[in-house]
Design a binder for this molecule. Structure first.
Ligand SMILES: Nc1ncnc2c1ncn2[C@@H]1O[C@H](COP(=O)(O)OP(=O)(O)OP(=O)(O)O)[C@@H](O)[C@H]1O
Ligand SMILES: [Mg+2]
Length: 256
């Protein structure tokens, strides 16, 4: 198991977590959205989850974070199976889920949005000093948010909102970060900034990241491994560079 490097600003002191999904089956009523999906995400790694609309990417993240109850299979965090636990239990175990859509509360300030992230802090209510430290850490990492801390979120650009929802998830100090299409709707330059942040969270803070993306090219450029889903099944799973070099796979499933 890896630990965060010492002396890195904002580095987290907890060990990096491994996440293993085994034979996961989940769905909605008659719809089987995930059919025996197996994914191994090493500690502090970035795993890109790719595939067309309806492939099951969002359902996979929901099943990991407890928003959807798996019908069968395992969600192993550091080897302990947590499949079927509530979202609150999963958050307490260190899994943070950032859903699609840059969902900030537009009428609240940047800082108020970050404080909402702390309300779901696992365990007992955090002390004032801990909350202040978590905010300071967020502003150190996301300097653009520090400059805008008193502005209402409605005034932020799309990229700044995406940074804010990620920062809000991080104030709970998760060990696993599930990101659903963070690049959606962003200009290419801003998309690059978001991806750079994802890389830093993994490399500097040891956060194990599952990155769902429609933009396969961008995701594979930063990921360690990639998984391609199609109609709820894994059709390819390999180091990111291998998937990016597979012309037939790109043509059939990845759109680039
Ligand atoms: N709340 C729901 N109720 C019923 N069926 C759903 C629900 N959410 C998703 N589905 C179905 O489950 C399957 C997988 O959907 P999911 O949203 O996980 O795919 P996705 O890969 O995230 O797609 P997208 O790229 O469009 O976000 C699809 O067939 C979808 O229609
Ligand atoms: Mg989706």
């Amino acid at each position: 198991m890896m630990t965060s490097p010492a002396g890195v600003p904002g580095a987290q002191q907890r060990d990096a977590a491994s996440l293993v999904i085994e034979d996961l089956v989940a769905g909605y009523g008659e719809v089987r959205a995930l059919d025996k999906v197996t994914i191994v995400a090493g500690a502090a790694s970035i795993t890109a989850v790719l595939g067309a609309n309806g492939a099951g990417k969002t359902t996979l993240l929901r099943a990991i974070s407890g928003m959807v109850r798996p019908r069968s299979g395992r969600v192993l965090l550091d080897g302990a199976d947590r499949a079927g636990r509530s979202p609150e239990d999963m958050a307490r175990a260190g899994i943070a889920h950032v859903p699609e859509g840059q969902g900030v509360i537009a009428e609240l300030t940047v800082e108020e949005n970050l404080r909402i992230g702390m309300m779901s802090w696992p365990g007992i209510a955090p002390r004032r000093a801990d909350r202040a430290a978590a905010l300071a850490e967020a502003y150190e990492r996301f300097t653009v948010l520090a400059d805008r801390r008193r502005k209402i979120a409605a005034t932020l650009s799309g990229g700044e909102r995406q940074m804010l929802v990620i920062a809000r998830a991080l104030v709970a100090r998760p060990r696993v970060l599930l990101l659903d299409e963070p690049s959606l709707g962003l200009a290419p330059r801003v998309m690059t900034q978001v991806m750079d942040m994802v890389v830093r969270l993994s490399r500097e803070s040891g956060i194990t990241t599952v990155l769902v993306e429609q933009n396969a090219r961008v995701a594979l450029a930063i990921a360690d491994r990639g998984v391609v889903l199609n109609l709820g099944r894994v059709v390819a799973e390999a180091p990111a560079g291998e998937l990016a070099a597979d012309v037939a796979l790109r043509h059939h499933y990845l759109g680039f």
